[in-house]
Design a protein around this ligand. Structure first.
Ligand code: C2E
Ligand code: CA
Ligand code: CA
Ligand code: CA
Length: 274
């Protein structure tokens, strides 16, 4: 029994070890990724329902490592988010995005900000400073934040969003429907649009609940005067259902995967998806 017990402990220790090792290795690699040129952004068009007009592009971070190949942002962003690394990455993402948006005729760039970035001291001042130095109109920058970023300290968040909106930035509430926000409370935040999380769009054709949730988010958005972006749209059937629901903006593989900068530039120049 003793031996068995020790065995269990040893196995447990080893898997902990592996986990910690992996995290450390990702952290270590990430801290050098910028200077090594391993990071780049891809851009996914956001289209208005009528006529497939491209109104903006979401910037999405990619990391190609020499040692392990590509690593998903779903893996490394949460690790970066646990330390100040997220600030270094986030600053780089914003800088690249601002440089990119200048090459497009009029579309906005939609940039993801993690909760830690959003709560950083002087977030408003920092972002304004960068945008001004880049010579970009704030109206061409959409800030994507999640419910977690704003509901923990709602009063402070409301003030931050108000200031950003006053300066002309667009504000999108990302992954909407997956967090804990009370529908009542979202009225106090200065938002431009809600992004319906992909999980609901995904379920639309299969479960009645998802379709109903999508319907009510679209209604909620419209009654509050907000735009609604459906993310993760993959099928014609979803497009039809979203059209019926009255969703104003769509994004997903059905229209385009995230594309490299040069391709985004060409798409942006043609104004419409063909
Ligand atoms: P997100 O903000 O919810 O981004 C949407 C994700 O869905 C992206 O995954 C996108 O590539 C993917 N996607 C778009 N359309 C479709 C579709 O039709 N079908 C499917 N299956 N997927 C679709 P990605 O690029 O792997 O990013 C994952 C998450 O990593 C993002 O989720 C976001 O939370 C985070 N992330 C990515 N780039 C950044 C960044 O620059 N900063 C921060 N803070 N987070 C980022
Ligand atoms: Ca440029
Ligand atoms: Ca997003
Ligand atoms: Ca999402």
């Amino acid at each position: 029994a003793k031996r068995e017990g020790r065995g269990i402990v040893r196995v447990f220790d080893e898997s902990m070890d592996e986990n910690v090792k992996l995290r450390r290795s990702i952290e270590g690699g990430l801290s050098k990724a910028i200077e090594k040129g391993e990071l780049h952004l891809v851009y996914q068009p956001i289209v208005a329902r009528e006529g497939l007009e491209i109104v903006g592009f979401e910037a999405l971070l990619r990391w190609n490592t020499d040692a392990h190949g590509p690593i998903s942002p779903a893996v490394f962003i949460p690790i970066a988010e646990e330390s100040n690394l997220i600030h270094e990455l986030g600053d780089w993402v914003l800088e690249q995005s601002l440089d990119m948006v200048k090459d497009w005729p009029g579309q906005y760039v939609s940039v993801n900000f993690s909760p830690r970035q959003f709560r950083r001291h002087n977030f408003v001042g920092r972002i304004l400073d960068r945008v001004q130095r880049a010579g970009v109109d704030p109206q061409r920058v959409q800030i994507e934040i999640t419910e977690t970023a704003i509901f923990d300290d709602a009063d402070r968040a409301a003030e931050t969003l108000y200031k950003l909106r006053q300066m002309g930035f667009r504000i999108a509430l990302d992954d909407f429907g997956t967090g804990y926000s009370s529908l009542y409370n979202i009225r106090k935040f200065a938002l431009d649009c809600l992004k319906i999380d992909r999980s609901f769009i995904d379920g639309m054709g299969r479960e009645r609940e998802s379709a109903a949730i999508v319907q009510s988010i679209v209604h909620l958005g419209r009654s509050l005067g907000l735009g609604v972006i459906a993310e993760g749209v993959e099928t014609e059937a979803q497009v039809q259902a979203l059209r019926v629901a009255g969703c104003s903006h769509l994004q997903g593989y059905f229209f385009s995967r995230p594309v490299e900068a040069a391709v985004a530039r060409t798409m942006a120049a043609s104004l419409y998806l063909t």
